[in-house]
Design a protein around this ligand. Sequence first.
Ligand SMILES: NC(=O)c1ccc[n+]([C@@H]2O[C@H](COP(=O)([O-])OP(=O)(O)OC[C@H]3O[C@@H](n4cnc5c(N)ncnc54)[C@H](O)[C@@H]3O)[C@@H](O)[C@H]2O)c1
Length: 246
Amino acid sequence: MKRFTDRVAIVTGAAQGIGAAIARRLGEEGATVVVADVNEKAAAKVAKACGNGSFAVATDVGDAGQVKRLHETVVKRAGKIDVLVNNAAIVPFQPWDQVDFDHWRQIMRVNLDGVFLMSRASSDAMRKTGYGRIVNICSNTIFAGTPNMAAYVAAKGGVFGFTRALATELGAYRITVNAVCPGLTASEGVMASPHAKAFEFVEMLQAIKGHGKPDDIAPAVAFLASEEAQWITGQTVNVDAGMVRW
Ligand SMILES: NC(=O)c1ccc[n+]([C@@H]2O[C@H](COP(=O)([O-])OP(=O)(O)OC[C@H]3O[C@@H](n4cnc5c(N)ncnc54)[C@H](O)[C@@H]3O)[C@@H](O)[C@H]2O)c1
């Protein structure tokens, strides 16, 4: 399947984990992928693997100036922006007693402000061409109220609401905005954190047994980012082996 031939897609936080799997999947299907991540070296490697003239741009999504520069670079080098996948996020393990305002702001800055800054700039570019797909990577923790992640769950709850509102704002331009909520997934970030110990517990709650991998998340994102999903907007899909049903 080559659903993204001649399409330009920005995937944030795609130097590793779920973002890298999404970037590779879009690249396999023909997209020129812009890998936007703070980790420049790893981002360049992923971009090379994506093919189709894909490239990396070192970007902190929580920094308005860097987001502006990213968009200028993409329009200059690739001519347009068809797809934005807001994947970059900090996935913390922070017990409630250690949640102070600095931690709260750090998480909001990347996980919620970053989604706003990227969506603001990308949707402005998309409106110029009359085509666009925005897919926000949310989390099933917003339904489960997962422990040790209060600021993260709050930020992702914001992404969930923002997805609905932005779909309304951009519907007139036929730009769709949807969200995908992964369940616990064995990304590099998760495997290096105490969350790695939760797989057995989470598996008990899943309808389909097994441990989630980044490649399990990418197909749903690719579908929502494709032309054929043109009649779907403002929606949130759990991709978590049926752990959360709503
Ligand atoms: N892995 C899971 O279990 C899980 C579950 C639900 C949702 N998610 C969501 O999936 C997405 C990817 O998670 P992951 O587990 O692959 O994470 P990860 O920690 O493995 O990778 C995150 C990537 O984001 C980048 N990044 C961090 N801060 C950034 C910033 N300010 N600007 C640009 N890039 C930045 C990192 O450099 C890294 O490459 C996130 O939105 C996360 O909240 C993950």
